[in-house]
Design a protein around this ligand. Structure first.
Ligand SMILES: Cc1cc2nc3c(=O)[nH]c(=O)nc-3n(C[C@H](O)[C@H](O)[C@H](O)COP(=O)(O)OP(=O)(O)OC[C@H]3O[C@@H](n4cnc5c(N)ncnc54)[C@H](O)[C@@H]3O)c2cc1C
Length: 426
């Protein structure tokens, strides 16, 4: 909790307390200064959190720290691989947030001092906060698999952070000879966008179908379960028959070792090579979360399920992929939902009110062809010390529907994208 709310400060006489309270929430001279919220990370989680704090209480001084000038959306980036869309259609800037009186700083947060309540930036400056939101997304845990390292991004692109990586993977698909097999390596759960690898296999085949019809996709999966499995398998069989092979961990699909020089992937009983290896390494919370001491032994950030406040450090909220959000999948929709709950909790705390008891929502559309979409949606709420799915609320599209319904769901998916990107960046 904050030591002082704006109301407390005004009651206590404001400026007289200012001197000698370095790092305390309110240190204005002459008048009660604005409460300060700093947000690290301008992806779906951070952008929506910054916007909603400002919307709920325009008096709060909101600063967003994002290292990049542009954000490239992972949702729908698999369509760049098929050629269905270009990367520009998924690229956003931060002018919309700046126009909302949010201070946008394009720099990297390098450290957090939870006692002094400061965030250090790469440019050498520091920002003071009363509440901090940390939404840095994921980083790759290269050490989890023998022979792996970040240099692999150049040769076996993950394309799991959209942008240059997506374009590199697309280039490799274009350069691949017809009759080749592109390999997708799926990391162990939890990873961002559980249905993403299987949607990707379909989008790669959409490209092959038109340009390299003898080519195939092999999925080497560290898991034994596949998100929306009946829907993917139905779509693969109907749209790309015989083109996709899924090899789960139970069938020696888990990659245990990589020989980068030979481009070889070694599993329990087999080894594979290909000109196109889409290597999605195991995940953990983004680096700044580790530096700030917000992570647990598994590499994720435990949070209070009501407010997304870190259980490691007070006044710091962790949202999006970096958080250990119980049953919620790591998705843009989850990140946005957590962002709004967090904004409400922060504004309540700053104004000396009780945080509302939130319901969280996730929706995730998968497009396997331009007119073939399906989805999963669910509701979640705080249950004890975790965020739990509300029984019966998690629903996936049925398999026995007419083509029109698939087409309609594809259109809903596009509408979802337009809505969430507007929500985050305008
Ligand atoms: C191929 C693919 C398809 C997907 N499809 C969907 C979908 O259809 N629906 C869906 O809901 N989700 C989807 N997702 C998942 C979704 O992209 C993520 O869950 C979502 O982006 C998480 O948001 P976030 O804010 O936690 O992290 P991110 O969106 O990754 O944002 C983190 C931001 O923080 C910045 N950052 C990190 N560290 C620092 C630092 N130290 N200083 C400054 N800035 C920093 C980064 O530059 C980045 O902009 C998909 C993912 C992939 C890979």
């Amino acid at each position: 909790m904050l030591n002082w709310t704006r109301r407390d400060f005004i009651k206590a006489g404001g400026a007289s307390l200012a001197s000698g309270l370095a790092g305390a929430p309110f240190v204005a001279s002459g008048a009660a200064r604005k409460a300060r919220v700093v947000v690290i990370g301008g992806g779906y989680g951070g952008a929506i959190a910054a916007k909603y704090v400002k919307r709920l209480d325009p008096q709060i001084d909101v600063t967003l720290v994002e290292r990049n000038k542009h954000y490239v959306s992972c949702p729908f980036s698999n369509e760049v691989l098929s050629g269905e869309r270009d990367i520009e259609s998924l690229t956003f800037d931060y002018q919309g947030l700046a126009a909302r009186d949010i201070r946008v700083i394009h720099d990297e947060a390098t450290a957090v001092d939870p006692v002094r309540k400061t965030v250090s930036l790469k440019n050498g400056k520091a920002l003071e906060y009363d509440r901090l939101v940390v939404s840095p997304g994921i980083q790759f845990n290269w050490k989890a698999i023998e022979g792996c390292g970040p240099e692999m991004e150049k040769t076996m692109p993950h394309a799991w952070k959209a942008g240059e990586q997506t374009l590199l993977l697309r280039k490799q698909l274009e350069a691949m000879k017809d009759g080749g097999t592109a390999i997708i390596v799926v990391p162990p759960a939890p990873f961002r966008c559980p249905p993403g690898p299987y949607e990707r296999a379909a989008q790669m085949c959409a490209y092959f179908k038109h340009h390299k019809p003898k080519s195939r996709v092999l999925i080497l999966d560290a898991n034994t379960a596949m998100s929306k499995r009946p829907l993917f398998e139905q779509a693969w069989a109907a749209l790309y028959p015989g083109m996709i092979t899924w090899t789960p961990a139970s069938n020696s699909g888990k990659v245990l070792r990589v020989d980068q020089s030979k481009r070889t992937l070694v599993t329990e009983f087999d080894s594979y090579t290909s000109d196109v290896i889409n290597f999605i390494a195991p995940h953990k919370a983004g680096q700044i979360a580790h530096i700030a001491g917000l992570t647990d032994a598994a590499g994720w950030c435990p949070v209070d399920p009501f407010t997304m406040e870190s259980t490691k450090h007070k006044a710091i909220h962790v949202i999006g992929d970096a958080s250990a959000a119980g049953d919620m999948p790591k998705s843009a929709h989850s990140a946005g939902s957590q962002a709004k709950a967090t904004a409400a909790a922060i504004v309540a705390a700053i104004n000396g009110q009780t945080a509302p008891n939130p319901y969280y929502v996730n929706t995730c559309y998968s497009l396997v062809a331009p007119d073939w979409g399906f989805s999963v949606a669910g509701l979640y709420k705080a249950d004890g010390d975790k965020i739990a799915a509300i029984p019966g609320s998690v629903v996936i599209s049925p398999t026995d529907v007419a083509p029109f319904t698939r087409k309609e769901e594809a259109a809903f998916g596009l509408s979802w994208l337009a809505n969430i990107t507007a929500e985050a960046f305008s």
